[in-house]
Design a protein around this ligand. Sequence first.
Ligand code: GTP
Ligand code: MG
Length: 372
Amino acid sequence: MSSEPKQPDNKSTTVKQPSRLSALFSRHREDNAESLARESAGNAAAAADDGLDAGPDYSPNASLDAGLDATRKGLWQKLGHVFKGSFDLDDALFEELEDVLVSSDVGVEASVRLIEQLRNRVSQDKVQSAAGVVQALRTEIAESLRPAQQSWPALQQPATLPYVLLVVGVNGVGKTTTIAKLAKQLTVQGRSVMLAAGDTFRAAAVEQLQSWGDRLAIPVIAQQHGADAAAVAHDALSAAQARGVEVLIIDTAGRLHTQGDLMEQLQKVVRVIKKLDPDAPHEVMQIVDAGTGQNALTQLKHFHSAVAVSSLCISKLDGSAKGGVVIALTEALGLPIRFIGVGEGQDDLQPFDAARFAVALIGKIEVGDTDA
Ligand SMILES: Nc1nc2c(ncn2[C@@H]2O[C@H](COP(=O)(O)OP(=O)(O)OP(=O)(O)O)[C@@H](O)[C@H]2O)c(=O)[nH]1
Ligand SMILES: [Mg+2]
């Protein structure tokens, strides 16, 4: 293995494995079976012991780093295979990297574009080490996610009251829980909040929202199980307008008898609230379960065509090995990602930060570590 890059006809570059990265990769390969077993056991504390540079906080109620641990470890295993021994910075290597991204739920389109940009960056910056390539990849991922990082207008004092947020998504993705977390964030910022129990399909859904309302001391407008969801939304908006509430969040069903019924119901909710405020809903937020992987894209397109989804919240990033789907979702419609959910508690919601996400996804590799 030469420390000098060789420059064959195909413009490839042979690079020597950087010492620390090499050690990490080979250790990771050796530990493969063991770490997979640990991952499947969901043992975050054990993950912290494997020497990967993934941030200090591995408590179960944890940070983004811990939340993306499973995704990151999967990526590192695959990258470890790509960069084993000496390697050439040639077409084959970039194709392998593309495969790594595609198999990590990043999606084909986003993977192709990211690798094309990575090639340019690697060539422009004359990157020659594995750590340099991985770092360049992290930079590309951060930049591709940056458009999704936008401040949430609901946190500002709205010009006209109330700011209406309609929350949609398939059943079980975390809509109701996320609504509680959002309501908490808003009240901490001094916004007054009201909730509407628009999931009248599931018997326990109204109580679930009411119980969050009680815990957070936030009013909940609800009707009985089986009531018309649009009527609940209408009542809630009237009440919010009358009381001068700043933000109204409307919960919705994730499942009706058929998907068509659900989309029609959501469209009716939108039509009815527009009668009270033509600008409402000011935001249609779709909650997407990170663990859904590529199906999340199909779900997004489906809801978007029915009710013009305008923002996303990615739930259940804790413990999901499919965090790469966030890149695919950003690539698909370019919607802002307001928050990410990293646990079941009312505080387990973090504003989406592109650079932090990229670091948590790929891991931290210091520039100084790239020396052979
Ligand atoms: N680990 C984890 N669990 C979550 C997160 N968000 C929600 N959950 C859990 O996911 C389950 C479903 O959450 P709900 O909020 O009821 O989901 P929903 O979309 O309202 O479901 P339906 O009302 O049935 O459509 C609950 O057990 C939540 O505690 C998260 O970010 N991480
Ligand atoms: Mg619900």
